[in-house]
Design a protein around this ligand. Structure first.
Ligand code: SAH
Ligand code: SF4
Length: 397
């Protein structure tokens, strides 16, 4: 049998090599050692010194053979302890951000602990309203670097470092909605999904995993090929190609008709309800006419539309519409029979605050150049109906 290539390297990432790689690394040990190590990894313990049921000599050997855990550069907490963000760095790599969002269960019910993971440092897609997009692409993450964002949070929950009434002691959901475009780092994303879903890995149900994409059609089709009912969230943000070309530049390569076709196929093959994300930007994509057109565009897909009020981002000149205008947009969708909600403005389900910590950090270190101005000027210069007409967004009763 040929050994996995990775074991010939001096240092390997235990979350990247998988069970076969671990078995090969431990080929001269008793057969059960790989499973022992794997159990620790799943509990978020990735420092071999802490794997207390291994012989001391093996712990020492593994400490030299496995890449060390990422360094936490910064850690912040918000929403009364229910949102935890960390900025992580693996080795000499780029910093990336992950977020833990806690949803306590009511009256003894099990709550949720959702981790929002990044798949890239920065992003090449250039969406002009997004903090991450301002950075450009600064690096791809490996599967181990993606999975270890989950283990950092898993450890905090398992050790009680993060705890509270109705808070689970393990990660219950993972959303690929942090920095970067998951489907532009497809192999690592797919491998991370497999680890999370593997019954001998994190054993998360595919339904507890959401991958958010800007709309890379080949990646959506490849995800459908996996045959796993992962929730697909597609960032739409505009009801027509002309506006989407500016807000989501990749639309020029994969316009709406092609994208919605791929979405329909994904839904049919996985039998999962689709989610569309729609960032609400005042005077740009949030008029009632745009709501009506959005309803017509996605109405027959039976999808859920998640409206995300724009989060302020350094160097982006736009803002979210008023609360009344947001609800008026929502009402139009619902009246047209489209299931829709306004995403609470935190974390991931938040979203959008994803990338913010990184943006602040990178701006402070002079690494980020604002890229939003051009798009804002193009949108402002466009003739037509993108802005809400006066009186178009009535106050709610
Ligand atoms: N690249 C993927 C996933 C990461 S972004 C994607 O674009 O889908 C996750 C979500 O946050 C996307 O829907 C994105 O459009 C949204 N987002 C980005 N910047 C935002 C901002 N400033 N305010 C609100 N949502 C934002
Ligand atoms: Fe990249 Fe998503 Fe941000 Fe667009 S919204 S720049 S795809 S991270």
């Amino acid at each position: 049998m040929t050994r996995p290539r990775v074991v010939s390297e001096a240092v390997v990432d235990p979350y990247a090599v998988g069970r076969d790689g671990l078995a090969a690394l431990l080929a001269d040990e008793p057969g059960y050692r790989a499973a022992q190590v794997q159990r620790w990894l799943v509990r978020g313990v990735d420092d071999p010194h802490a794997m207390t049921d291994l012989p001391a000599a093996l712990r020492e050997r593994l400490a030299g053979a496995l890449t060390p855990p990422p360094t936490v550069l910064r850690s912040t907490t918000a929403d009364g302890g229910l949102t935890h963000k960390v900025l992580l760095r693996s080795g000499a790599g780029e910093a990336v951000e992950s977020v833990l969002l806690l949803y306590p269960g009511a009256a003894g019910a099990a709550g949720r602990a959702t981790v929002c993971v990044s798949t890239q440092a920065g992003c090449a897609m250039g969406c002009p309203f997004c903090a991450t997009g301002q950075a450009g692409l600064r690096g791809q993450l490996g599967v181990g670097e993606i999975v270890r964002q989950v283990t950092v949070m898993q450890r905090r929950l398992a050790t009680g470092a993060v705890r509270g009434d109705g808070i689970p002691d393990h990660v219950t959901n993972v959303v690929f909605m942090g920095m970067g475009e998951p489907l532009a780092n497809l192999d690592a994303t797919v491998a991370a999904v497999r680890w999370l879903n593997d019954p001998d890995g994190f054993a998360l149900s595919a339904r507890a995993i959401t991958v958010s994409t800007v709309g890379l059609v080949p990646g959506i089709r490849r995800l459908a090929d996996l045959g796993l009912p992962i929730t697909l969230a597609v960032s739409l943000h505009a009801p027509d190609d002309a506006l989407r070309d500016d807000l989501v530049p990749v639309n020029r390569s994969h316009p709406l008709a092609e994208l919605l076709d791929a979405c329909r196929d994904y839904r049919d093959r996985t039998r999962r309800r689709l989610t569309f994300e729609y960032v609400l930007i005042d005077g740009v994509n949030a008029s009632l006419d745009q709501a009506r057109r959005l309803a017509r565009l996605v109405g027959d897909l039976g999808a859920h539309v998640n409206l995300i009020p724009l989060n302020p981002t350094p160097a982006v000149p736009w803002r979210a519409p008023s609360g009344n205008a947001q609800h008026a947009f929502l009402d139009v969708l619902r009246t047209a029979g489209v299931a829709a909600t306004i995403r609470r403005n935190r974390g991931v389900e938040i979203d959008a605050a994803c990338g913010q910590l990184y943006a602040d950090y990178a701006m402070a270190s002079g690494a980020v150049l604002p890229a939003a101005r051009g798009a804002a000027e193009r949108v402002a210069a466009r003739p037509g109906d993108t802005a809400a007409a006066p009186g178009d967004t009535p106050a709610r009763p």
